[in-house]
Design a protein around this ligand. Sequence first.
Ligand code: GDP
Ligand code: IMO
Ligand code: MG
Length: 427
Amino acid sequence: MPALVLVGAQWGDEGKGKATDQLGGSVDYVVKFNGGNNAGHTVVIGDDTYALHLLPSGILSAGCTPVIGNGVVVDLSVLFEEIDALEARGVSCAKLLVSADAHLIASYNRTLDRVAERFLGKRRIGTTGRGIGPTYADKMNRIGIRVQDVFDEGILRQKVEAALDMKNQVLVKVYNRKAVTADEVVCELLSYVERLRPMVADTGLVLSQALDRGETVLLEGGQATLLDVDHGTYPFVTSSSATSGGACTGSGVPPNRVDKVLAVLKAYTTRVGEGPFPTELTGADGERLRTAGDEYGTTTGRPRRCGWYDAVIARYAARVNGVTDFVLTKLDVLTGWEKIPVCVAYDIRGQRFDEMPMTQTDFHHATPVYDYLDGWTEDITGARTLGDLPKAAQVYVRTLEQMSGAPFSSIGVGPDREQTLELRPLL
Ligand code: GDP
Ligand code: IMO
Ligand code: MG
């Protein structure tokens, strides 16, 4: 079996962590290929709940090797905090591999993320404040610090000094903050060297050799399609490539080794932070969805904005990612509505759009064209096959599938590993 990719189809928090965890038992490697500790994945296994940020969700599956790929940005303090917290709960992180080419989040980039947002005021993005954007900007600007740099103190110091030449000007003159010394940055990064050394590998080579041996590699995306820096609702996006193309650049696994692209899709829609959201419900209905779905951020605790299912977005995700299978999640959250609106197209200044409009301006003016499907009142959290669902829930699923551009292979009816209906095998 070659490589599989798993991405988010909407604006994140679709339940990628649960899906990866479910597949983790059957794959040999789980690779996080983008993002950093802006991600938050909640995985429920029986009575235990785990909140993961930087580590791939595959860390919870004993048999598989978790990998932090070259496309990830790593905050070393968060990495070791997360490892310590998991090990204290009996989860071994001994097999974790970290790419030598992954970039490191330095303290000045955490500071810059937060002050830049404050300066943007009304135009802010609503970032997680973890230094993600400035670290990717440094990577592209060729002043980034990589994991491998901490093993050569001379090089590390040169790179930090070069970065600070520019950063301190901005920190002091633009944002009115204190300058940072190269010493403090270098000292902090070097303090992790001995713990980090055994984990660091040429992960692209490791994965290529694993695939040659016939092993299975799952490439797990953080964030989601509409937060992708190229294909998302720019500028209200994260700063990495969260779509399936990013899986290749962020892991070193080439496209012709990828066999399947799975995309996780919530049965309704949520978004955290700023930016357009055509099906958003700002009143009591939005509050009702938020409460039923427990829609509060795993990373920042912020209430997630909630709205109805948007088939235009699903079709876009299917196209941009080349989705072979959708994993529909949180169907149980919709129990109890008499009618459930589903957005089938947009109305933009009187014109119907069945696909995403070309420009940001048009997307900001999109109002949903709704179909109204029958709801159901029965508790569906115990369902294990499609036939166990009430007729209206079956119709809801099949109607969404027809309009979304790829088959639905799995349906979530609760947060637990077991609360899943498998319509066809994902592997
Ligand atoms: P991720 O970022 O895509 O991994 O998603 P998050 O973990 O941030 O958010 C998804 C939330 O929904 C988590 O709290 C999961 O435990 C929960 N969840 C996942 N699938 C289901 C489901 O089918 N039903 C319900 N009720 N909760 C789910
Ligand atoms: P998972 O992997 C939801 C959002 C932030 C903000 C924008 C940019 O759990 O689905 P950043 O800190 O990345 O520069 O913030 O992206 N965002 C997420 N929203 N789920 C996530 O991750 C997110 N990661 C970033 O809220 O709007
Ligand atoms: Mg999340």
